[in-house]
Design a protein around this ligand. Structure first.
Ligand code: KIV
Ligand code: NA
Length: 277
């Protein structure tokens, strides 16, 4: 299957075919996602929590993101991949934002970048889009500003917050973003925004009525144990599979069941003769 482009995502929106995508941070996960036929992959800065064990996404660096993006690209050479811009890679200036967005394309062969925020980062989105880089907006629950939001909380539930998100969504489209991600907002609002905008609108925890669904691999595979948001559906329990495998290995080593003869490299017959001398 050939790699999808932004035109494919536009066509899918028009046809009402939802896109399915996950986050990935490493080579094996990316290759399994591509083999499974995932429409796109986000190398989210959630890598800080899922892969590196940070408490939030704030500490994540450009270098950590670039390293993960390169691994994902090697695993999924034919999948549309989005690099997530980490905290402080776009907050300071438009110039900084364009420079760092460009690194995702030049160094890690990403197809697009994503950054958090609406009208407050609108000149950043415009500057990146004007540089010829596909940029996805991300509003609602925005983990990099969870301190300002007062935690990892659903957004857009009251009239003012809902109106603000609609204004942000319109500004993001106007600034030249190719798509928009809504995180943890009510499905009623998601439906309104998805119909209001001409670019694809995707959901993570924002309900069904839009152009596609994203889940974090650590959540949907059951690898991330710190907490599971309400919006997650667990499709596997990799933590259990992995822990059981480790326990079985420990048990085999302690009881002498591993290794067996089939796991050993034997010496050649002439070497055996040497030993007998
Ligand atoms: O980093 C990430 O995985 C994300 C999702 C939570 C949308 O940005
Ligand atoms: Na993110």
């Amino acid at each position: 299957m050939s790699k999808k482009s932004r035109l494919d995502f536009m066509r899918m929106k028009e046809k009402g075919e939802p896109a399915a995508w996950i986050t990935a941070y490493d080579f094996p996960t990316a290759s399994f996602a591509e083999q499974a036929g995932m429409d796109m992959i986000l190398v989210g800065d959630s890598l800080g929590m899922v892969l590196l064990g940070y408490k939030g996404t704030v500490p994540v660096t450009m270098e950590e993101c670039i390293t993960c993006c390169k691994a994902v690209r090697r695993g999924a050479p034919n999948t549309f991949c989005i690099g997530d811009m980490p905290f402080m890679s776009y907050q300071i200036s438009d110039e900084d934002a364009v420079y760092n967005a460009g690194r995702f394309l030049k160094e890690a062969d990403m197809d697009a970048v994503k950054l958090e925020g609406g009208r407050r980062v609108i000149t950043r989105i415009k500057a990146i889009a004007d540089a010829g880089i596909l940029v996805m907006g991300h509003i609602g629950l925005t983990p990099q500003s969870s301190g300002v939001l007062g935690g990892f909380k659903a957004q857009g539930r009251d009239p003012k917050s809902a109106r603000d998100l609609i204004m942000d969504a319109r500004a993001i489209e106007e600034a030249g973003a190719f798509a928009l991600l809504l995180e943890a907002v009510p499905p009623e609002l998601t439906e309104f925004i998805a119909k209001d905008l001409s670019i694809p609108v995707y959901s993570i925890g924002a309900g069904a009525p839009c152009d596609g669904q994203l889940l974090i691999c650590g959540d949907m595979l059951g690898l991330f144990q710190a907490f599971t948001p309400k919006f997650v559906k667990k499709y596997a329990n990799v933590a259990e599979v992995e822990t059981n495998a480790f326990k079985a290995f420990i048990e085999d080593v302690k009881t002498g069941k591993f290794p067996e003869d089939q796991h050993c490299y034997h010496i050649l017959p002439e070497t055996a003769e040497e030993y007998q001398k």
